[in-house]
Ligand binder design. Structure first.
Ligand code: SF4
Length: 286
């Protein structure tokens, strides 16, 4: 692993501007896609002028959160496992003027925090959630996750996973999220634009990011820890929404769809309604 001294001169100018460089080098495994998402987010910081005065970073528990925890200049909050959206709810309700950007994993968001995920969508809570989906519990040793495919052999499913994975994008849409998208961590341009759009959208924004995890998902489920082969697997098993329109159900079997699935700003959310009510009550007292 590189030391702080090794990093001298290697730090990207945007990282120097927006990150606590004393937290570098990061702790991701070689070939992990999490750093690519951090890179896209740095571009968004620059484009939207996100800084310590207007943005709060919220992390849960898992690889994505461990890597981004206390990384950003400004306020960083680390929530208990699965409670990221409840913590974000409390903070956003009291400080509606700030941007809240939540970094969570598929286990954190959909399993331990599944209930909170549903209600954040239902309430149309005005925060941006980046869900890093590596389809497995990475940090704790490769256990099966609610996003693991049927048949996946992991340390906790030695005979193969018998459960269907959660269709997170459709759950978010059905529960009422305002903005919903899914990209791979390697889709730099699309992902950067989506994060930007998510922050600018009034309401709950949910962006799922397929993150190659050579160390656990590659090793246990794909049978390879080679990062290039894992990235290639995602290339072979993803298709854009546009392209999917010309494909048969048989051709789409086992493929992740990529793109923007919902962008609906017509519905107000809990933050706006709450502060409207507070204002009315206060005006009534005058
Ligand atoms: S275990 Fe997987 S997701 Fe976690 S840091 Fe390593 S490669 Fe990335």
């Amino acid at each position: 692993m590189k030391t702080q001294e090794d990093m001298a001169g290697l730090i990207h100018p945007l990282a120097a501007k927006y990150l606590r460089t004393e937290r570098l080098p990061h702790k991701a495994c070689p070939g992990c896609g999490i750093g690519q998402v951090v890179h896209c987010t740095l571009n968004v910081c620059e484009d939207l002028n996100l800084n310590a005065d207007n943005t709060v970073w919220v992390q849960g528990v898992g690889c994505s959160s461990r890597i981004s925890y206390t990384l950003w200049k400004g306020d960083n909050i680390d929530a208990h496992h699965g409670r990221i959206l409840t913590v974000a709810t409390g903070m956003k309700m009291s400080r509606p003027d700030l941007n809240f950007i939540c970094f969570t994993g598929d286990g954190d968001c959909c399993s331990i925090g599944g209930n909170h995920f549903l209600h954040a969508c239902r309430r149309n809570l005005d925060v941006t959630t980046l869900m890093f989906n590596n389809s497995i519990y990475g940090m704790t040793g490769g256990q099966v996750a609610p996003t693991s495919p049927v048949g996946a052999k992991t340390p906790t499913t030695p005979y193969g996973n018998m459960e269907d994975p959660m269709d997170t994008v459709n759950v978010a849409i059905a529960a009422g999220a305002a903005y919903v998208a899914r990209w791979r961590s390697t889709d730099f341009k699309q992902l950067t634009n989506s994060i930007k759009k998510g922050i600018q959208t009034k309401g709950f924004s949910f962006i799922e990011i397929l993150v190659p995890c050579p160390t656990q998902y590659g090793r246990y489920v794909l049978g390879t820890s080679n990062p290039i082969e894992v990235v290639q697997w995602y290339k072979d098993h993803t298709v854009t929404l546009k392209k999917s329109e010309k494909m048969s159900p048989e051709e789409l079997k086992g493929k992740f769809l990529l793109g923007e699935f919902a962008h609906n700003e017509d519905r107000t959310g809990i933050v706006e309604r709450y502060w409207d009510a507070v204002k009315k009550i206060q005006d009534g007292r005058k």
